[in-house]
Design a protein around this ligand. Sequence first.
Ligand code: SAH
Ligand code: SF4
Ligand code: F3S
Length: 490
Amino acid sequence: MFELDLETIDISTQAPAADPERQYYFIAKCREFITEEALKRGRVFTYHNETFGCQMNFKDSEKLNGVLEAIGFVPREDEKADLVLYNTCTVRENANTKVYGRIGYLGKLKKSNPDMIIAMCGCMMQEPTAVEKIKKSYHFVDLIFGTHNIFKLAELLWCVLEERRLQRIDKNQKHRMVIDVWKDTNEIIEELPSSRKYSFKAGVNIMFGCNNFCTYCIVPYVRGRERSRKPEDIINEIRNMVSQGVKEVMLLGQNVNSYGKTLDSPVSFAELLRMVDDVEGIERIRFMTSHPKDLSDDLIEVMRTSKHICRHIHLPLQSGSTRLLKAMNRHYTKEDYLKLVDKMRAAIPDIAITTDIIVGFPGETEEDFEETLTVCRDVCFDSAFTFIYSKRTGTPAAAMPDQVPEKVTSERFNRLLEVVGSCSSKRAEMLTGRTVPVLVEELDREEGLLTGRLENNLLVHFKGGEELLGSIVNVSLRECKNFYYIGEQV
Ligand code: SAH
Ligand code: SF4
Ligand code: F3S
């Protein structure tokens, strides 16, 4: 396989050295090229971005799409596009398997459109084994970059276009991939374009990376060390969004409770929330994810007194066994978690608590698992994301003895689903009959049905028209269907 050495390709001597100016320079270069080609061919150039993974990836994709649209690419729903970008996830093994299957399909599409550009980015690309496999088995891929340099998309795309130009000049020149994966970074490049999926709600990165090294988790290896954005940059971005019609922001970080520790003048997450709460015009504030070990009393107090923070917290439990929590490097006990829940419910009685749980962590015994079930019954989560433990090479847990056989994990997994399912329905049922504010997010035109989101993150369907999209209205919850409601606007 041939790989392009980024040092040997002279992409431009005139490019500004500093970002974001450098990236705007390459956006303009790419735009010039794409506009000319589009004119020649008499059609627009399209892109398709598929996002695998969590809210961080979703947010990264909005930034990537912003750059692609600034270059002149038009979004397309399917993969028959001029440029296909996969923003990958690697948190569990099946995330990787899914991506490989899809790259194979792209190879077939490229046979009928050799000009197609295929690009891979995101967490999976931070793993050298994944990049090696793509180099070996999917040589038609044009561009690979990681999580730390997504801001460089325009520059990297320009490299791909230059490479194509060189190939046209020298027919003997073999196809070379442009690969640029960074191990880590301290840089945070602000003020690049972004294309938001919704006009009325938006994710806002408050920090990047993770320092927690939970022993099962690959995220710290693929997202690098924790670094926080400056509060003034965050607040300016939110003010801007609000002026463009955004009602709800979701503050994003792998562990928002440790926000601000690395700043020159440290600011706590609770303090940041107070600043966001004060932004004129903001109507709803959400955040995720909260690590139980760092959740402060001050945070609970801000949530209690704020007018805009949704009374919902996503607080991953992972396991109800203190022994396993220790092996997972989570830094809290079962009792700590339960106490935290009590404290939050005492302060904010109708708070919705959701969680993540892993089944089958190495060494998990029947007793450990029973403890998880007990915590789930005691807390009665509003909803829980449940995962079967997936071995991630390079993490400490992958090398631990007593990996739990699949037969045992899948049996436990089903038992867990039953417990969390019945609690979720019970919690949802409690709101039936109440009238609550919802943010109207979707419209099914054929049915004339709107979908709105409650503060607790559940959905309600009710009759209404397009004019309500993006606004917050009061809806009476007439009927509970376990995970959603049927309602009526009042
Ligand atoms: N930073 C967030 C979560 C990031 S990953 C937090 O700390 O909560 C989202 C969820 O994926 C985790 O909460 C965990 O439950 C699950 N997860 C992470 N690694 C996993 C693995 N190797 N196997 C199964 N589930 C995993
Ligand atoms: Fe992974 Fe733990 Fe960091 Fe969450 S806090 S991203 S689970 S290492
Ligand atoms: Fe996946 Fe990366 Fe998010 S591994 S869960 S996309 S941080």
